[in-house]
Write a protein that binds this ligand. Sequence first.
Ligand code: ZN
Length: 219
Amino acid sequence: MAKEYIIGRVAESAVTVPAEKVGVSGRHAKIIVCDNGQWEIEDLSSSNGTFVKDRDGNFQRVFKKVISENTVIRLGQEGHSSFVFIAHRALADEDSYAYEFRQLKKLLKYQLADEEAMEKKNSRNMKIVKFASPLAMALCIGAQYVVPALKNDPGLNLWISRGAMAAAPVIIGFFFGIDTRSVKALKQRRLKNLTCPKCGYPVSEFDIQNMQCSRCKAK
Ligand SMILES: [Zn+2]
């Protein structure tokens, strides 16, 4: 027999929804844990909708969807009137957020690895771009000895050298540039994914390692 957990403002809700979360309906959604271990979420025609967080940390509206124990669910529209929790909370001890903090630790590990890889790539590319200008100059000096037209026309040679030196970093930078958009996207993902399971505000690395939110003291 599949187990069903009603979540909402009603007394029998499997997860306690704080009274101020007025965007949550009485019987808002249902979490189903199937016999084969599969988890599902189903919206129970709620007023403000049910949303699940995707890999990038953005909430997508769902009606019925297969999820995992670790899926982050939001009941209601974004803002203070909505309620956010991890699916596992339907089974968890009321006041313990240890499970969620363990998940945050894993997420932090992935996040730090991605940030480190991005930093490495950027510093490597910076070296390549720095090297581009002297390399272009060296090639131009070399060309004087190989191409007769350049050898006989110092003016033309100077013009080409200057052009190459100016253009090289721009052209090479285009292919090996600092990926500021991806850096920004990673920062965004960190803020969206590493949030306190109770108060919903972003948590610091220290909080995650400590397994306690310094803002609301959830642990
Ligand atoms: Zn908190």
